[in-house]
Design a protein around this ligand. Structure first.
Ligand code: ZN
Ligand code: FE
Ligand code: FE
Ligand code: ZN
Length: 263
């Protein structure tokens, strides 16, 4: 498939996080085969040792990550643009650690994601039973308050998978907390990770939902396309559908290079 548009997939993982398969070279090859113009690796960034350690690279692996991406960059030069990014976690108290990691290398693009409510990794299938003990309204208010914190932190270029707590089907009909968070995201001039992985999950809906995509576009927030691939076969996953949803909402697609937004 060749695409008439110059699309980038800006949310890709690597095996360094411990839960992805395929080499970075294979992800780049898959992107070329899918007709993409470029990719940005955004593997799970190192965090303090006590935080979610089995699901991310260690700090002492960061140089290896950067070197590997640079090797792929050189190998595919002239055929595919390859950029260096991170999917960072926003977890109150860890901001200084994150800031140090972000200063250590010249990143192209940094996603800020909320994966934890307190000690609960709410997007981990192992802990999905916890939803039964939670009030969904409270859960979503807590989650979006953290998203607002991420947006205000000044550390990130975009917010990852905006409405992630819906992953296993726990949709919240009241969008007011999400809309308040979108106001904060717009004021902070961040983009949204338009994340097609939701179409591979029980909720069977991309992040953000169509309604929130429209609300974001109405606030002038732009979108960065990402498959959140954890295997080469997922690179560019359902990007035609993603474009359709974004364009129907009146939204704009952007990419980041050197942490600067490009239309
Ligand atoms: Zn992951
Ligand atoms: Fe994530
Ligand atoms: Fe991811
Ligand atoms: Zn992610």
């Amino acid at each position: 498939m060749t695409s008439p548009l110059s699309l980038f997939d800006s949310h890709l993982h690597t095996p360094l996080c411990g839960h992805a398969t395929g080499t970075p070279r294979e992800y780049a090859r898959a992107a070329l085969d899918a007709g993409l113009a470029g990719i940005c690796f955004t593997d799970h960034m190192p965090m303090p040792a006590w935080y979610d350690a089995p699901w991310r690279m260690r700090l002492d692996q960061l140089a290896e990550y950067v070197d590997t991406v640079r090797e792929v960059q050189a190998e595919f030069a002239g055929r595919l643009t390859v950029r260096l990014g991170l999917e960072a976690d926003f977890h109150p108290g860890t901001e200084r650690f994150v800031e140090r990691v972000l200063k250590a290398y010249p990143w192209d693009y940094v996603i800020g994601s909320v994966h934890y409510l307190g000690a609960w990794g709410f997007d981990n299938p192992e802990f999905v039973a916890e939803y039964e003990d939670r009030d969904l309204g409270e859960l979503y208010r807590h989650y979006y308050a953290l998203v607002e914190g991420a947006a205000r932190s000044g550390l990130f270029d975009s917010i990852g998978h905006l409405d992630l707590p819906k992953k296993f089907g726990h949709r919240h009909p009241d969008a007011s907390a999400a809309l308040r968070a979108l106001d904060v995201i717009a004021a902070a001039d961040l983009a949204l990770d338009f994340n097609t992985a939701g179409w591979r999950k029980p909720v069977a809906e991309a992040y953000p939902a169509p309604e929130l995509t429209r609300a974001a576009a109405a606030r002038g927030i732009s979108f960065v396309l990402g498959s959140d691939a954890h295997a080469p076969g997922e690179v560019g996953f359902r990007f035609t559908d993603a474009l359709g949803q974004i364009q129907a909402a009146g939204g704009q697609v952007v990419t980041y290079a050197g942490r600067v937004r490009h239309a």
